[in-house]
Write a protein that binds this ligand. Structure first.
Ligand code: ADP
Length: 436
């Protein structure tokens, strides 16, 4: 059995990938599991990140799922546990960050842990316990209007205290700047004072790297993905290309885009201008086909089959559209129904493309990625080298059904891009990176 060094529990899917990507870049071989695996870990990795969907569910459900993840990670020998949440600390007074952190502390029998969403590479800094997003405080960043987790207070000590039974304290920047010894001394003082969780200031990667050694002996860490850059060194690991090594890519190539973000719309336009064969999905036509009981993947596949047969590089199928078109579609179909229909179509197209030999697949959109990963029966992703910040190539086993009804077990390279990530040339450059 492989004994894990680090076991991570992430409260959403793209956040899990972001964390795994940081660990790989710092030299730790990492696998992302979709949900709690139902069998012991058989692969080769020093870390497994379990991706849950627990950010906005009821706190009691988030606790139950997180404890199930903990039990699995403990059974694989994980020496340290990392609970990963969003770098904007998405939560409400009911949770779920505080309740999950405390349930993990109880289960691990540990009396102290840290909490910090600092992620300087992404513009998230914590100073005097206050979270900044870019140049503004969290509660002025737009997050105060979030539909599910409005963040109206940037003081994380206060925010976390409202969610916790234990006392919440602060390890402030003056301490972090003096290095690991000073942080250890501060932790000892906080502990002696009966503080159970401490928010940690960090403004830069240097701060996180100074902090790292002081965290080596804590059974549990809670953080965004920033702290991860400092952890592999605690286990004697250093950055190396081997940590990101994946099997050689092969097979046909495709991009599926269900994201309508500004960045993705730019990427779609760029790819089309660069000559990538492209097919636009029309959600209203999909709705008519669905109502008539027809196959909603059929048009795209009728177009894609001869393009794939030519074998001339990647093709693109997209529903991405500008905000006016999206609003019009949502007006006609309803927001949720439009989203669900497009996701269903793209998931079905993904299955059929893999059945037709696509083995390198880029998917744009967070929800869209979730739908595709589920449709392809993917349980685990090995994390490879990053294409753009936060978006690595991954390797996975997909299970689909062939045209004659035969089961196909496909080795697949897949990149899952959340909406706003990636440069304009992402779709073309991704395949060049895979080949490199
Ligand atoms: P992002 O990461 O950019 O938020 P997601 O995939 O998470 O992307 O979300 C995009 C949502 O919009 C999905 O539910 C998708 O099915 C839906 N969608 C995609 N294209 C359209 C469209 N043309 N009209 C309406 N909804 C769409």
């Amino acid at each position: 059995m492989t004994r894990l060094l680090l076991g991570c529990i992430a409260d959403d899917f793209t956040g899990a990938t972001d964390l795994a990507n940081n660990l790989v870049r710092a030299g730790m071989r990492t696998v992302q599991a979709i949900g709690v695996p139902d069998a012991p870990f058989a692969g080769e990795a020093e870390c497994v990140v379990i991706a849950l969907k627990s950010r906005t569910i009821a706190a009691s459900d988030a606790v139950a799922q997180s404890l199930a993840a903990l039990r699995w990670l403990q059974a694989q020998g994980a020496r340290q546990i990392y609970f990963k949440y969003c770098s904007t600390f998405d939560s409400t007074p009911r949770g779920n960050i505080g309740p999950v952190a405390e349930a993990l502390m109880d289960a691990l029998g540990c009396d102290f842990t840290i909490a910090t969403p600092a992620f300087p590479d992404n513009g998230r800094a914590v100073f005097k316990g206050h979270l900044f997003v870019g140049d503004v405080l969290l509660n002025e960043s737009g997050m105060q209007n979030h539909p599910l987790t409005p963040m109206t207070d940037a003081n994380l000590v206060r925010v976390l205290q409202a969610q916790c039974r234990r006392r919440v304290g602060l390890i402030d920047h003056a301490v972090v700047a003096r290095g690991a010894e000073a942080v250890r001394a501060r932790i000892a003082a906080l502990r002696a004072d009966g503080v159970g969780l401490a928010v940690v200031d960090a403004l830069s990667n240097d701060d996180l790297l100074r902090l790292g050694p002081a965290l080596a002996d804590l059974p549990l860490l809670t953080a965004g993905s920033g702290v991860a850059i400092a952890l592999p060194a605690n286990f004697g690991l250093s950055p190396s290309p081997q940590a990101a090594a994946l099997p050689a890519p092969g097979g046909l190539q495709a991009v599926l885009s269900g994201s309508c973000s500004l960045a993705t719309n730019r990427q779609v336009r760029y790819a089309i201008q660069a000559g990538m064969p492209a097919f636009a999905l029309d959600p209203l036509r999909l709705a008519r086909q669905a109502d008539a009981g027809e196959d909603i993947a059929e048009d795209a596949l009728a177009w894609a089959t001869p393009v794939l047969a030519r074998g001339n590089g990647p093709l693109l199928v997209y529903s991405s559209a500008d905000p006016d078109a999206v609003k019009a579609t949502q007006g006609a179909l309803g927001v949720d129904a439009a989203g669900a229909l497009v996701e269903r179509a793209i998931a079905a197209i993904a299955r059929a493309l893999v059945a037709r030999g696509v083995r390198q697949l880029v998917v744009a959109g967070g929800e869209t990625s979730g739908a595709v990963v589920q449709a392809l029966g993917i349980g685990q992703l090995r994390i490879g080298a990053q294409i753009d910040p936060g978006v690595p190539w991954c390797h996975a086993h997909a299970q689909v059904v062939g045209e004659a009804g035969e089961p196909i077990d496909a080795d697949l390279h897949i990149a899952l891009k959340s909406g706003n990530f990636g440069g304009d040339d992402f779709f073309t450059r991704a395949f060049a990176c895979a080949a490199a």
